[in-house]
Design a protein around this ligand. Structure first.
Ligand SMILES: [Zn+2]
Length: 447
């Protein structure tokens, strides 16, 4: 890579669309609260598993008495502190601190932690979107796609925040949520899916999934249609957290038989039914020009997801379906650790795109090496900038680090004779704004 001292600010003045975020998903949290929520793996690996489950349940319920008892018996707080100390060298922690001081420093804090924290509390009190609105101004990200089941339009401006709707809640109508292994991620995702499904069923006067598969499919179609009609501009699959993403072909007869068995309480594998619904909704999206995001690659730093279930090549049978050739598929997070695999898919299939959200605040060096690799092999319309943040602090940091990474990689490629000066600027605009605008049909007039 070229020397850092002479890198021009190619990406600096270019507005960006955040292709993947969770804006409006979480309440205001302190830096310590955010760090603690991602630092549980060390605790999980050092207490009996049942103790860990009890700890997370008590934490989620705000049950301080139980937390105190677990600490007295198992030293849970010392283990959490050790986990936090070990994570202090991750780029995540660096980025969070950077975003915190840039966001709240813009309110006049200038680096003093107590003043910054006071600004953070002040902004949190001004309402759920206040800090995020400030973050997108600082980050020059006028449009943010947010993966969120419901967005309160009295607070979250519809021009800036565009919704992405998950289809996963429709795939598991009778799932127990019983985890196959360690941790709490699997049951947390299933719990979320079950809550959304219950809320959607209620809208159609149902207190449980109908006994009949056709009636269920009618409900699913109506629910997805309504959410798209209410403003969702894309669909998303996050099921890598709970199962393999190889959505193999499945017949209506097989899916219907599975549904009938599950509806009557007979435990059979749900996979054929899940696959049938995924493919049916993918076809609907393809036929109606709705893009689909798919989580590929690793999950959160806690056991629960099987990383092998998230491997991008598992999607090949779905991608190779002739009737889905015009479904625009956006593979999320650069697919780490399968980041070259996602590029292989994107260069093979003209309808597949690579989002590198999450990476700007997890990876510093690796993102630069991957951007250089991706940009050389992929056409200019393939890469999509994103942040993957529900915390506005991370939004600011991610946008900054992504632009810095683009500056380095584009400048370096120019110096090596890969791109001329015009191409370098064009690529920056494509990656930050135009590619996502094109994929989703977003008018470029925002800003
Ligand atoms: Zn995400």
């Amino acid at each position: 890579m070229a020397a850092a001292s002479v890198v021009p600010d190619i990406a600096g003045g270019i507005p960006a669309i955040d292709h993947h975020s969770h804006a409006s998903m979480s309440k205001a949290r302190t830096v310590e609260q955010i760090e603690r929520s991602f630092a549980t793996a060390h605790l999980e690996a050092n207490v009996p598993h049942a103790v860990y489950l009890a700890y997370i349940a008590a934490r989620n319920a705000g049950d301080d008495a139980t937390l105190a008892r677990l600490d007295a018996e198992h030293g849970t707080e010392a283990l959490m502190q050790a986990g936090l100390a070990f994570r202090s060298t991750t780029f995540f922690t660096r980025a969070l601190k950077e975003g915190f001081s840039r966001l709240y420093g813009s309110g006049g804090g200038h680096g003093d932690p107590a003043t910054l924290a006071a600004t953070a509390r002040d902004w949190a009190a001004k309402g759920p979107s206040f800090a995020y609105d400030r973050a997108i101004t600082i980050a020059n990200t006028p449009i943010v796609l947010t993966d969120i089941p419901f967005i309160d339009r009295t607070t979250w401006d519809a021009t800036h925040y565009r919704q992405i709707a998950r289809i996963d809640p429709y795939l598991y109508p009778f799932h127990s949520g019983e985890p196959p292994g360690r941790g709490t991620e699997f049951q947390r995702f299933h719990g979320g899916f079950a809550n959304i499904l219950a809320a959607e069923l209620k809208r159609y006067g149902l207190d449980r999934p109908p006994a009949d598969f056709d009636a269920y499919l009618q409900f699913v179609d109506a629910s997805v249609q309504r959410r798209l009609g209410e403003g969702a501009i894309g669909l998303k699959i996050v099921s890598a957290y709970v199962r393999s993403i190889d959505f193999d072909p499945a017949t209506y007869a097989d899916a219907s038989a599975v549904y009938a068995a599950l509806a009557s309480g007979r435990p059979v594998p749900g996979t054929p039914m899940e696959n049938f619904i995924v493919r049916r909704l993918a076809q609907h999206a393809a036929d109606n020009g709705i893009p689909m995001q798919v989580h590929v690659g690793m999950g959160h730093p806690e056991p629960g997801m099987r990383v092998a279930n998230s491997a991008p090549f598992l999607l090949e049978k779905l991608l190779d379906t002739p009737s889905l050739n015009r479904l625009r598929v956006c593979l999320l997070h650069g697919g780490y650790p399968f980041s070259s695999h996602v590029a292989a898919l994107a260069q093979t299939y003209g309808n597949v795109f690579v989002d590198f959200s999450w990476m700007p605040y997890l990876h510093h060096y690796y993102l630069r090496t991957k951007l250089a690799e991706w940009l050389e092999i992929l056409p200019a319309n393939k890469l999509l900038f994103g942040t993957d943040t529900s915390a506005p602090e991370f939004h600011v940091a991610a946008a900054r680090y992504a632009r810095e990474a683009l500056n380095h990689v584009l400048h370096d490629g120019h110096a090596r004779g890969v791109w001329d000066a015009k191409q370098v600027e064009w690529l920056a605009r494509r990656i930050l704004f135009e590619n996502t605008a094109e994929v989703y049909g977003i008018e470029a007039a925002a800003g």
